[in-house]
Design a protein around this ligand. Structure first.
Ligand code: AN0
Ligand code: CP
Length: 334
């Protein structure tokens, strides 16, 4: 593995999940692999889980880690080519990425969308320029469009907790579990990265996948229909009635996102979409999932988040092993 920016870099996802579960069982088995190797974590936006879980993963593999909040601690960065830099930006991303590549063997980058221009956000300029100019493998710590470490951790969690357990995802065998991604209300404009990414991973997993959201919240169809993998050509089932969608669910994954169609707009704050015990009662004793951070009593009621059906901490723990398995594979290919 060279870079890790989407499910397309993951290879066989069943195998990857199995390997991650081995890392979870024997977290220090590869402590020598990362010796004298340095991971750089570059943040242009806040983070709790990604920052700490990726550090922990690297430490389990024996790596050194350096972290920089580039947006707050670095020089302000120009990303456009050919500009006369007579404004606020003191340094171009070509040099910044190139220099960080001199200090690190692998670089992680977090860069959220700006919500000014959909095309620009969806071009993932910052991440791609790090790939272009750093000269080392780059892993996405959440880009403007995708959050692959989160989705891999989510798939590990579903594999561990699904009600029809077997060896992870036997192709086409047995009863598939039903996974429902539901939009939920939120006061702020949030990216589509988590739902886009979750969708493209679920379409390749051995699950029945349903997305429910109010009209106007349709995601970019590039992420809700699959062109390769097991589901080759399949699309997520989109149901606008949340109660209908939740029926028989084994996993309910709640997340807010802003509109993709009316880019960056909040079209609804309908509290009826919040996940409550009454909503969970429609499901097949589903587990409740969220990537965190989550707004209590906006996205999900306390009664659900504080109950045993909530597996949000299990998901957060699996962020270590999603990062660890990917770092291991990249280290093996250096
Ligand atoms: C971010 C998002 O919605 O993409 C990060 C989630 C992992 N969440 C917030 O900004 C609250
Ligand atoms: N889930 C997640 O990525 O959390 P952070 O934004 O805190 O890293």
């Amino acid at each position: 593995m060279k870079h890790f920016t989407s499910v397309n870099d993951a290879g066989d996802i069943d195998k990857l999940v199995l390997e991650a579960l081995i890392e979870k069982k024997f977290p220090f088995a590869n402590k020598e692999l990362g010796r004298n190797k340095t991971l750089g974590l570059i943040f242009l936006n806040p983070s709790l889980r990604t920052r700490l879980s990726t550090q922990r993963a690297a430490q389990n593999l024996g790596m050194d880690v350096i972290v920089m909040n580039l947006d707050k601690e670095g020089w302000s960065i120009e990303t456009k080519d050919g500009v006369v830099m007579d404004g606020a930006a003191a340094e171009h991303i070509k040099e910044a990425a190139g220099v960080i590549g001199q200090y690190c063997d692998i670089i992680g980058v977090r860069s959220f969308p700006k919500f000014q221009n959909r095309g620009e956000d969806y071009s993932n300029e910052v991440l791609n320029k790090f790939i272009q100019y750093s000269g080392v493998p780059v892993i996405s710590l959440e880009s403007a469009t995708l959050h692959p470490f989160q989705s891999l951790a989510d798939l590990i969690t579903i594999t561990e907790l699904r009600p029809h357990p077997s060896i992870p995802s036997p192709r086409g065998e047995g009863k598939k579990c039903k996974v429902v991604l539901t939009w939920a209300p939120h006061p702020k404009i949030l990216p589509q990265a988590v739902p886009n990414s979750f969708s493209e991973w679920m379409l390749r997993a051995n699950v029945d996948f349903v997305i429910t959201h109010p009209e106007g919240y349709e995601l970019d169809s590039r992420f809700t229909s699959s062109h390769s993998g097991r589901s080759g050509g399949a699309s997520a089932k989109i149901i606008y009635n949340q109660d209908e969608a939740l029926k028989g669910a084994d996993f309910v994954y709640a997340k807010n996102w802003s509109s993709y169609k009316e880019y960056g707009k909040i079209l609804s704050q309908d509290k009826n979409w919040m996940i409550t015990n009454k909503k969970m009662a429609l499901t097949n004793n589903a587990k409740f999932m969220h990537c965190l951070p989550v707004r209590r009593n906006m996205v999900v009621a306390d009664e659900v988040l504080d109950s045993p059906v909530s597996v949000v901490l299990h998901q957060a723990k699996n962020r270590i092993y999603s990062a660890q398995v990917v770092l291991k594979k990249i280290l093996q290919s250096l």
